[in-house]
Unconditional design. Structure first.
Lengths: 524, 459
């Protein structure tokens, strides 16, 4: 590691300011990521002040002026450079790929309407042209006004250091890691018939200049790791299971239960267990959801309905502030400040500082997830949830790390007091949710029967369906074992965004379990 | 929007640079796209997003090792930098004897790909029509949905979207050319209410020609879909004939075609692996992938690696004839590519995907299919297809909605039920295929009926 450090600082100096022509002098690291890192100062995660901006402050100031010159109420410019290095292992073949992208998005908001355009150029003239185009579109016959906006750099105490930087690790080392992991998966059991692994290291450097004079400069480094393993038994039954982790951090995050090896082992173990599983019973009966990643169920079926745009349009959480939307004892939080977690950041993608937002407190709806535009329509302040996938998209209200707060009941007690039901280890089987009505359907990846208060046989083919708000209202036990899950699963609400989930062990009574097994009723 | 000669030159430059740096073969693909998305809400514009972007994706092959990289920084310097980077990394990759850059022997021609005009892949009007005009159409789309009936109470999603792209492709095996592609369309989702009952309904349409997109018709269909579900209720468990509506059928076809990828079959991940020449569906069932369908949304002269698109009958009279192949899987399977390498843009190296996929229509009008059923289920919605169908066995149990058929007619709406069975048994139990082939984006299906289905009354 020490050697790698040394060569990096050498190449860094050599490379600084030489642009793409200098690439050929770099050996064995991602030249493109290196190029990006060199121009950002992302070591601290966030660089205060105007130094190292992608586009000079005077150009941004002038462009904001053009954007606001035709009477828009609000506007911002979102400058981004992003590089993605990926390593994949599929069918024992290990490959890498690199993507580098840049662009500038321009937004003007007038009377609650958003006008947006982007360009892939950093040339000042193209920026001014695009700013004028958006200003014209937003003006709808409005008059000319002089717009002078002074930009002031914002700082934050939140930092997301990336250690090691993707460039600290030679490509050969990453390949070595993947060779080890590939071998580990394939040799774990003779029944393994396919194994896939993917690691993505994404560096995003962002500048935001707003018409209210904010100037944001932040760099985020996201590392994602996903695996899927297929197993087949002698009868020809095929099963697959996956596991994943993601973090705004470098590879150093992936240790202990987040280690690459553990993630691989988990997917093998889960897939093999499915081969021995019995058909899931069906009906409405107690479902005990294990801690951690099952939080995705509430993210999908409830969280979306609390996003300001969907609330405004009539989701079933509309007009619910101060009312019961969950059982007593249930507290739902969306937190964008958890160090290293995939939904965290210092500022959202329209410049609002991130925060911890209490959505439901002890069963009562307290707030919604707001960005500037939709929050205003609801008469609420932005909660720092204005996010965008990239410079190609205007921001929309999105979740960050959404979790159910811990309760007081020891998890063993929840299982012990369940006479007959199922225990869901993870809802990793994919699914579909109507985010407006909260109607959901999710496949159970890892599940077990609970018989006489004990976890017994593994089950397969189980699906969970119901209504989000109904699920929240029928939670009757909340465990003391809150676990946060740094997911690599992207939330896709027309745009994709990294998010985290969490929850303690809980028990729900109002979910319909689908399966090929016998019909069960709720017997407590 | 017009073709740019300099992009053809840049693609060639990338290929040359790779060859000079020691690549055995190389390929470059540039896509240049102009697109508009308009979101409408409450008869007003909510968001207008105008897009213009071009980028390049490069693949290099050396010693049977393949590497991919992409960027939207289209300077000569940056492209040369990208190629250098790929050449440094490719040595670490796993060699694979089937890695391949497509060659001329696959039948490609040089230059602007002739034939795109006859195939109708492009309509210049899409890029010419002003944003203001498109905003009008988007507002019309929503208004048509809202005005269907006083019972339509709100609009959830209304989007008009279009795109015009120029694709430039060059490789070291003699492929060099470009073609334009375009499409436009819209989606509307509205809610209807009566008393305490709320139901949602949606509809979408996409086409190549601007003039073919009828926002009023799409909006009306969305409105009707919401209103007709009012009063939906669960029914008791039963086993009855099933009629699948086109909008539901296309989802089932999309699920099936995912398993008909040669890559999935070769890696043993598909339930259709080893079933070539086997009876996998009823004899009336003919599934076709047609990359040359005139005016089809996915129609193009060549696929993502320059292999001519073709018409591929996948299931003929219920018998599985072939999988979908790209050049890699074709080499591995000792056969020819079916022209199914699809790429989602310059940033994607691509993978196997269907082009215009459809179930061949029969002669029976959908009303006649329904007319012959005394008591049955007309299925319009099922959620969680990908989670609810067991990839090991094909067993499924899906929360569903639709209509009860009584004495040959739609009697009342149904929701809160699940349908259960086995996908392969369902395909074999298809008995009548309708004449009403309906396209949703690039997948089309007529109405079809299935002998029986198990309905679980969940409510």
């Amino acid at each position: 590691m020490a050697g790698a450090q040394k060569s990096r600082s050498m190449s860094r100096r050599q490379f600084f300011g030489t642009g793409a022509a200098g690439i050929s002098s770099l050996a064995f690291s991602s030249a493109l990521v290196e190029m990006l890192l060199n121009s950002t100062g992302c070591k601290s995660g966030l660089k205060p002040g105007l130094e190292g901006l992608i586009i000079p402050e005077d150009v941004l100031r002038k462009a904001v002026g053009f954007l606001m010159a035709k009477g828009a109420d609000f506007g911002d410019i979102f400058v981004e450079r992003a590089a993605t290095d990926a390593v994949t292992s599929d069918d024992r073949k290990i490959n890498t790929s690199t993507t580098i992208e840049k662009g500038v998005g321009f937004r003007a908001v007038k009377d609650g309407k958003t006008f947006y355009a982007y360009t892939d150029s950093f040339e000042p003239e193209r920026l001014y042209e695009t700013a004028r185009y958006v200003a014209d579109a937003a003006s709808l016959g409005g008059g000319e006004e002089a717009a002078v906006v002074n930009l002031t750099a914002r700082t934050s105490t939140l930092a997301f250091p990336i250690t090691p930087l993707p460039t600290d690790v030679e490509v050969g080392k990453k390949i070595d890691l993947f060779q080890g992991l590939t071998e580990r998966a394939w040799s774990a059991d003779p029944r393994v018939v396919q194994a896939m692994q993917l690691m993505q290291e994404i560096i995003r450097q962002v500048n935001i200049a707003t018409s209210s004079g904010e100037l944001i400069h932040q760099t985020l480094g996201l590392t994602e790791f996903l695996v899927q393993t297929y197993v087949k038994d002698q009868q020809g039954s095929l099963q697959a299971a996956m596991d994943m982790r993601g973090a705004y951090a470098g590879r150093d995050f992936f240790t202990g239960e987040n280690s690459f090896e553990t993630v691989v082992d988990n997917s093998v173990r889960k897939a093999l267990r499915l081969l021995e599983a019995v058909d899931s019973p069906r009906g409405v009966f107690p479902v005990v959801l294990g801690p951690g990643m099952n939080g995705v169920l509430f993210h999908e079926s409830c969280g979306h309905g609390m996003e300001a745009d969907l609330v405004f349009k009539g989701s079933n959480f509309k007009d619910q502030i101060g009312k019961h939307t969950a059982a007593k004892g249930v507290t739902l939080i969306d937190d964008g400040t958890i160090p290293q977690f995939p939904g965290s950041y210092a500022f959202d993608d329209e410049g609002t500082p991130s925060e911890k937002t209490v959505l439901i407190e002890d069963g009562i709806q307290r707030n919604y997830l707001c960005d500037l535009v939709w929050g205003k329509k609801l008469g609420l302040k932005s909660t720092g949830n204005g996010r965008r996938q990239s410079f190609r998209y205007p921001p929309v209200p999105r979740m960050r790390n959404t979790y159910i707060e811990k309760g007081t009941i020891p998890p063993q007690e929840i299982i012990a007091s369940t006479k007959r039901g199922i225990y869901v280890g993870d809802v990793g089987g994919g699914g579909q949710v109507d985010v407006i009505t909260g109607n959901f359907m999710m496949g159970v990846g890892e599940g077990y029967l609970i018989e006489d208060g004990k976890i017994t046989r593994p089950i397969k083919g189980a699906t969970l369906s119901g209504m989000g708000i109904q699920a929240l209202k029928t939670i009757d036990m909340v465990g003391s074992d809150l676990k946060m899950f740094p997911s690599a699963g992207r939330c896709g609400k027309l745009q994709s965004a990294p998010v985290g989930f969490g929850m303690p062990t809980i028990r729900v009574r109002g979910i319909l379990v689908g399966g090929k097994g016998e019909a069960w009723e709720d017997k407590g | 929007m017009k073709e740019k000669k300099e992009y053809m030159d840049l693609a060639a430059l990338a290929v040359d640079a790779a060859r000079k740096a020691g690549a055995d073969a190389a390929e470059a693909c540039i896509s240049d796209t102009e697109s508009v998305q308009i979101d409408v809400s409450g008869r007003q514009v909510e968001t207008v997003n105008a897009v213009r972007e071009a980028g390049i994706g490069v693949r290099v092959l050396k010693d049977q090792k393949l590497a991919f990289g992409s960027t939207n920084e289209l300077s000569r310097k940056s492209i040369q930098g990208l190629v250098q980077d790929l050449m440094k990394k490719v040595v670490f990759h796993t060699p694979d004897e089937f890695n391949v850059i497509a060659g001329k022997e696959a039948g490609q021609i040089e230059g602007p790909w002739a034939g795109h005009a006859e195939l109708v892949t492009y309509d210049p009007r899409i890029a010419e029509v002003t944003v203001q005009e498109k905003i009008k159409r988007a507002i019309e789309l929503e208004a048509s949905a809202l005005d269907t009936s006083p019972k339509v109470v709100g609009s959830m999603i209304t989007i008009y979207q279009d795109a015009t792209s120029y694709i430039y492709l060059a490789n070291s095996n003699g492929i060099a050319g470009w073609f334009p592609a375009a499409g436009c369309g819209g989606v509307a989702m509205v809610s209807a209410a009566e008393g305490d009952d709320h139901q949602s309904g949606s509809y979408s349409r996409a086409c190549v020609k601007y003039a073919d997109f009828d926002p009023v018709a799409v909006g009306r269909k969305a409105g009707e879909n919401a209103v007709r579900m009012l009063g939906a209720k669960p029914i008791a468990s039963m086993e009855v004939p099933l009629v699948v509506a086109p909008e539901m059928a296309v989802q089932i076809l999309s699920f099936i075609v995912g398993m008909l990828s040669a890559d999935e079959a070769q890696k043993g991940r598909s339930l259709f692996a080893g079933k070539i020449d086997g009876q996998v569906a009823a004899p009336v069932f003919n599934l076709i992938d047609d990359g040359r369908l005139k005016g089809g949304l996915a129609t193009a002269p060549v696929d993502g690696e320059g292999v001519p698109m073709q018409t591929t009958p996948l299931i003929v009279d219920g018998v599985l004839k072939t999988y979908l192949f790209d050049s890699y899987c074709a080499k591995k399977g000792k056969t020819k590519s079916t022209g199914n390498r699809t790429r989602s843009g310059y940033g994607s190296a691509g993978g196997i995907g269907s082009t215009n996929l459809y179930l061949k229509p029969g002669d029976t009008p959908p009303e006649s299919i329904m007319g012959g059923i005394d008591r049955g289920l007309y299925l319009t919605e099922a959620i969680g297809l990908f989670a609810g169908i067991d990839s090991a066995s094909g067993d499924f149990s899906l929360p569903s909605a639709g209509f009860m058929i009584e004495e040959g007619k739609l009697a009342f709406p149904v929701r809160g039920i699940s349908i259960g069975g086995n996908l392969f048994e369902l395909l074999k139990a298809v008995d009548t295929i309708g004449s009403d082939l309906t396209w949703f984006q690039a997948v089309g299906s007529p109405t079809f009926s299935v002998k029986t289905i198990k309905i679980g009354g969940a409510g």
